[in-house]
Design a protein around this ligand. Structure first.
Ligand code: APR
Length: 244
C-alpha cells in the first residue's frame, strides 16, 4: 500500500448543517416539503415570482447569519493540520469555511455571495454580500441586471464540477456526510472514486447509492460520525499517512 497516500475528500450535504440549526431539503421537516419553496428555487419560479423568490432567499440568508459551524464542520477543518483535505459541498452555507476549512468546492453556489441575473455564472459579477442585508428588486449587479443570490437553481448547471471530479479521482479516503445523493450531477461524484479507496458514508439513515457501492456506513449524526471516523483515521486503522 502506498503509505504516502494522504488526501481525504468529503462530499457534504444539508445533513451536516442540521446540528447548526439549518434544515435539510427532503427530511421530515425538509425545505422542499413546502412545494412553493421548491418551485421558487427554480429558474421558472424566480422569473415568475421574483419578489417571492427574493423574500425566500433573504429568509434563508438571515437564518444562515444566525447559524454557527458545528462539531462536524470543525472536525473536518482540523484534519487539515495533518492531511490534505478537499471539501466538496452541495450546501450553500459557509459553515465549512467558518469552521476553518480552506479548500471548499461549492457545486451549488453560496448564499454569502450575489451574482447577475443575466449571467449568473460570470465571475466578474459574483461578489460577497452581507447575509443580513436583504437583496431587493431593483438592486443591480455589475452588468446592470437584477442582483440575485449566487446559488444554483433547479434548471441551472452545477458549478466547479470538473474540480470536484478531479478531487474525487485523487481521493485516498472518500467520505460522504449528510446527503441523500438525490441530485445530479453532485450525486455522480461517488463514481469518480477508485474502487480500492476506503469510502465512508455518515448519515443516521441508509444512503442506498453509497451502500450499493461498498461504502462503509457510519449510522450516526454528522458530529458523532465524524468523531468516530477521526479516531479511526488517527489510529492508523484506515492506512492513510499524515503528511506533517
Ligand atoms: N447528520 C448527518 N446527516 C443527517 C442529519 C444529521 N444530523 N440529519 C439528516 N441527515 C441526512 C438525511 O438522512 C439525508 O440523507 O442528511 C441528508 C439530507 O438529504 P437532503 O435533504 O436531500 O439534502 P441534500 O442531499 O444536501 O440535497 C442535495 O438538493 O435540492 C437540492 O440544492 C439542494 O444541495 C441540495 C441538494
Amino acid at each position: 500500500m502506498n503509505m504516502e497516500r494522504r488526501h481525504i475528500v468529503f462530499l457534504t450535504g444539508a445533513g451536516i448543517s442540521v446540528e447548526s440549526g439549518l434544515t435539510t431539503f427532503r427530511g421530515k421537516d425538509g425545505l422542499w416539503n413546502n412545494k412553493s419553496w421548491r418551485f421558487l428555487a427554480s429558474t421558472e419560479g424566480y422569473y415568475k415570482y421574483p419578489q417571492d423568490f427574493l423574500d425566500f432567499y433573504n429568509w434563508r440568508r438571515k437564518k444562515l447569519a444566525e447559524a454557527e459551524p458545528n462539531r462536524a464542520h470543525r472536525l473536518i477543518a482540523e484534519l487539515e493540520r495533518e492531511y490534505q483535505v478537499t471539501v466538496i459541498t452541495q450546501n450553500v452555507d459557509n459553515l465549512h469555511e467558518r469552521a476553518g476549512s480552506t479548500n471548499v468546492i461549492h457545486v451549488h453556489g453560496n448564499l454569502t455571495k450575489v451574482c447577475s441575473t443575466k449571467s449568473p455564472h460570470d465571475p466578474r459579477f459574483v461578489e460577497d454580500y452581507p447575509l443580513t442585508e436583504p437583496i431587493r428588486l431593483g438592486d443591480k449587479a455589475g452588468d446592470e441586471s437584477q442582483l440575485r443570490p449566487y446559488t444554483v437553481l433547479f434548471g441551472e448547471r452545477a458549478l466547479r464540477m470538473e474540480e470536484a471530479q478531479e478531487a474525487a479521482l485523487h481521493a485516498d479516503v472518500f467520505v460522504v456526510v449528510g446527503t441523500s445523493l438525490a441530485v445530479m450531477p453532485a450525486a455522480d461524484l461517488v463514481r469518480y472514486v477508485y474502487k480500492e479507496v476506503p469510502k465512508f458514508v455518515i448519515d443516521p439513515k441508509e444512503v442506498m447509492a453509497c451502500e450499493a457501492m461498498g461504502f462503509e456506513a457510519i449510522r450516526a449524526t454528522a458530529g458523532e460520525g465524524m468523531a468516530y471516523l477521526v479516531e479511526r483515521i488517527k489510529s492508523g486503522a484506515i492506512g492513510i499517512k499524515a503528511c506533517n
